[in-house]
Design a protein around this ligand. Structure first.
Ligand code: ATP
Ligand code: MG
Length: 591
């Protein structure tokens, strides 16, 4: 493509709302343009990169034997009610939904479990038709609370979603392993550094779920790794080994009265300082409103050590409920009789219809002795709480948020925290959807069984942006060859006839040799052309200028090393091909 004939435009300034480098560079390079918050157009060059990404995904999915389908994005509410997700997605505010002229309600698909389950249940009747894995690469819609970071968190975005169907767990395990391997190949082909981490699989299900993460400082996810590399988990799911107990070996002192004033001190750290003790000796008592699978609501108390925080993603599962949200400040005084900061496990008044407020204890407090806890009275704490002696514990749970430096759950080394971008998610769904939507087949004994499902998502646009997050410099993008809009940029520096002729000739021979080339033949200053080529990030650059040409050569360089070498015109095609074949990390000039 000749730039003079293309639609392509680069920008001097990044858009004002671009907070992360991939957003800034993709926009400045002219690869994407915002239409509305979280909604982007791909320009011709941007779309070429997206198509390359899509093609890698498609090839690797096809190689596993998965089959491509194309499911509707506009989906009737009834399907979503059947799976039980309509109300939840509405409540979470994530679902884009609309009415047709007859007042029928529809969702714009945020994901497609319902649609695929419907397709399959209408088509299969016998175990003989299984197993299979169906995928699509299609737009998804989610009304994200905070659409931002350009392609990383859009409201309309391209996702590859695959759904495997099996008659048993063994089959599902096999599909899951195949998908994991395919994802590894996809991210490797994109030149990405990634990590596979354990992920939260939600309140129901409980089976395996892992995320592919691109490690990047701007990532929205916190990842927990063990120093020695034998553990990796999303912080939403991460556990630690039990922490040392400061009270170990101590005798239990008698339970104190509400004898420890902590006036106006809300945080455990401040209270500890005031009470001249360590923050590990302060009990944090948190009250949650929970809703179980049957819809029954209940208030519970959860105790955790003062230096730790409750992980509210882990909490519902640990409590065996669907949702758990903090009791709000309006309800709190009715139950605890005080503001947050002074709530304690003893003397809580249950809300109407609930006999008592059950007390759950995080593992960090299970054996606690001689600790302080809130007295359920403004500005007061109790001393001398010994959990096993003084409380009726409804359950010991593991709900602490992992911290850097905590002991690894594998028993060796400590934990480190890094930031990451979730680019893929593989998930053993089990029979959650097939049971709810009666997607069943007759097994070998003619018994009807719900199918075992797995689902495998991959953000196509997000991965493209993640590649930019990971690979750029001050001047622009450093595309891996596999994702670059064009593999090579050809720049003509002067409008002189010799230069034009040589550049035109190279353009033709490169194209004839199958090299993707973007030819900057514009009437622009050399400085502008260099800057633009760096910004868009073509892996290889060929510069045709009068000076080198007089000696029979042109300058060739890679975007990564930028060190130009004069290569004889006759050797350019060969050089470019060899350099691209080597990943364009450095220039390869054949002898
Ligand atoms: P996140 O936690 O980042 O919101 P998610 O866990 O909700 O993502 P999934 O439902 O697992 O996302 O979707 C599968 C994949 O789709 C993700 O791994 C991610 O790569 C991509 N994806 C999800 N939401 C977005 C979005 N808003 N914009 C771009 N890609 C997305
Ligand atoms: Mg996910």
């Amino acid at each position: 493509m000749r730039w003079s004939q293309s639609f392509h435009v680069t920008l001097r300034e990044a858009p004002g709302d671009a907070e992360v480098v991939s957003h800034r560079l993709l926009a400045r390079a002219g690869l994407i343009q915002k239409l509305a918050a979280g909604i982007y157009s791909y320009t011709p060059l941007g779309f070429r990169s997206l198509r390359k990404m899509t093609e890698i995904v498609r090839e690797e999915m096809d190689a596993t034997g998965a089959q491509e389908v194309d499911l509707p994005i506009l989906q009737p509410k009834e399907l979503w009610v059947e799976s039980g997700r309509w109300q939840r997605y509405i409540d979470d505010g994530i679902l884009f939904h609309l009415e047709d002229r007859k007042a029928g309600e529809f969702a714009l698909a945020p994901t497609a479990e319902e649609a695929i389950t419907d397709l399959v249940r209408r088509s299969v009747t016998s175990w003989r038709q299984l197993p299979f894995n169906l995928y699509q690469i299609r737009t998804k819609f989610r009304d994200e609370i905070r659409p931002r970071f350009g392609l990383l968190r859009g409201r309309e975005f391209l996702m590859k979603d695959a759904y495997s169907f099996d008659v048993d767990q063994k089959g599902l395990d096999r599909h899951y392993e195949k998908m994991e391997a395919a994802y590894r190949r996809i991210f490797e082909r994109c030149g990405l550094e990634y990590a596979l981490v354990q992920a939260d699989s939600g309140a129901i299900g409980g089976s395996a779920s892992e995320e592919f993460m691109v490690v990047a400082d701007t990532g929205e996810d916190a990842l927990v790794f063990s120093e020695v590399g034998d553990y990796g988990a999303n912080i939403e799911k991460a556990v630690t080994a039990p922490l040392p107990e400061p009270w170990a070996g101590e005798e239990g002192r008698p339970f104190g009265r509400a004898d420890s004033p902590t006036p106006d001190l809300i945080t455990c750290e401040d209270q500890a300082r005031h009470l001249k003790t360590d923050v590990t000796r302060i009990t944090k008592t948190m009250l949650y409103e929970t809703v179980d699978a049957e819809g029954a609501a209940r208030v519970v108390a959860v105790l955790i050590r003062g230096d730790l925080d409750i992980n509210e993603v882990k909490l519902p599962k640990a409590l065996g409920v669907m949702h758990a949200k903090l009791v709000d400040e309006k309800l709190l005084p009715a139950i605890a009789g005080c503001r947050p900061g002074f709530v304690g496990p003893i003397g809580l008044k249950p809300p109407a219809g609930q006999p008592e407020v059950p007390v759950y204890v995080d593992r960090s407090m299970e054996n606690a002795r001689n600790v302080f806890c809130g007295a359920n009275a403004e500005g007061l704490h109790h001393s001398g709480l010994s959990v096993k002696r003084d409380l009726t514990v409804a359950g010991v749970v593991e709900v602490a948020t992992a911290r850097e430096g905590d002991p690894s759950p594998t028993g060796t080394g400590t934990l480190k925290i890094k930031r990451g971008i979730e680019v893929g998610h593989i998930f053993k769904l089990g029979t959650k959807y097939s049971e709810a939507m009666r997607c069943e087949v007759a097994d070998q004994g003619q018994k009807m069984i719900p199918l075992m499902m797995g689902c495998y998502g991959l953000g196509v646009g997000r991965t493209l942006a993640a590649a930019v997050e990971q690979s750029h410099d001050d001047d622009g993008i450093l595309w891996p060859v596999a994702l670059a809009p064009y593999a090579c940029a050809l720049l003509s520096l002067q409008r002189d006839a010799e230069v034009q002729k040589a550049a035109d000739g190279l353009y033709d021979s490169l194209k004839a040799a199958g090299v993707e080339v973007f030819y900057d033949d514009r009437d622009e200053r050399p400085g502008v052309k260099f800057k633009d080529a760096d910004l868009v990030g073509f892996p290889v650059r060929i510069v045709v200028g009068a000076k080198a040409l007089a000696k029979g050569g042109v300058e060739v360089s890679t975007r990564r090393e930028k060190k130009a070498e004069v290569v004889p015109v006759t050797k350019v095609v060969e050089t470019v091909k060899a350099t691209l074949a080597g990943g364009a990390r450095s220039l390869v000039v054949p002898a």
